[in-house]
Ligand binder design. Structure first.
Ligand SMILES: Cc1cc2nc3c(=O)[nH]c(=O)nc-3n(C[C@H](O)[C@H](O)[C@H](O)COP(=O)(O)O)c2cc1C
Length: 200
């Protein structure tokens, strides 16, 4: 029998998100954490790029990045974002909109400490989205950084941290045959989450 979202969804969109995320993993999604994050530039122009979802709980959805990057500049000036995840193995999409906030230094430190050493060095070496003369310049920066830290611990760069998207809306979309897709929109209200069905 084909799954019907209506009978599966409860009142908690975070719980439903976790269920779908686990389904994507179980179905063998290559990168279930990949999501588009859309921001608004200071001049009002939209921009979008992929990032990896690194944390989700009742507070929101977290990703990490270079604080000197265009996306971080956009979020520091206009702290609102939209996220979009699509899992092709299970034919499902989730869209999230809300304000953004920086994660705490302690939270960022704890996550950074879990990263492979070469990724930690890579975070120091990259002036994300700035131009360089050629790829050799990045390789030179990586080598310099590796020498600088030697065999010691690599601390989190002060210019690298995370953003949390605090959801005010979360929409779940499940593909069905003949364009009869199921869509359910959760909107945060003072009393809790409100649920509405949308035409596909
Ligand atoms: C699957 C995938 C995952 C990515 N994850 C991240 C990430 O977690 N953080 C990040 O800063 N960039 C990530 N990137 C690179 C970004 O898409 C982007 O190229 C980079 O962050 C610069 O974006 P900006 O110039 O808009 O700031 C990822 C790219 C792909 C394709």
């Amino acid at each position: 029998m084909s799954e019907v979202l209506e009978v599966q969804c409860g009142d908690d969109p975070i719980a439903l998100f976790r269920t779908w995320f686990q389904q994507a993993i179980d179905a063998g999604s290559k990168e279930p954490r990949a999501m588009v994050v859309a921001t608004v530039d200071p001049d009002g122009c939209p921009d979008a790029r992929m990032v990896l979802l690194k944390g989700v709980d009742e507070r929101g959805f977290v990703f990490y990045t270079n604080l000197g990057s265009p996306k971080a500049h956009a979020l520091l000036q206009e702290p609102r974002a939209a996220l979009c995840l699509y899992w092709d193995k299970i034919d499902k999409q989730v869209r999230i909109r809300g304000r953004t906030e920086r994660v705490s230094d302690d939270e960022a430190d704890a996550y950074f400490a879990t990263r492979p050493r070469l990724s930690q060095i890579g975070a120091w070496a990259s002036k994300q989205s700035q131009t360089m003369r050629g790829y050799f310049e990045l390789e030179a920066e990586v080598t310099k950084t590796a020498i600088r830290f030697g065999v010691g611990e690599v601390p989190r760069p002060p210019f690298w941290s995370g953003f949390r998207v605090v959801p005010k809306q979360i929409e779940f979309w499940k593909q069905k045959p003949f364009r009869r897709h199921e869509r359910i929109l959760y909107t945060r209200a003072p009393s809790g989450w409100q649920k509405q069905w949308l035409y596909p």
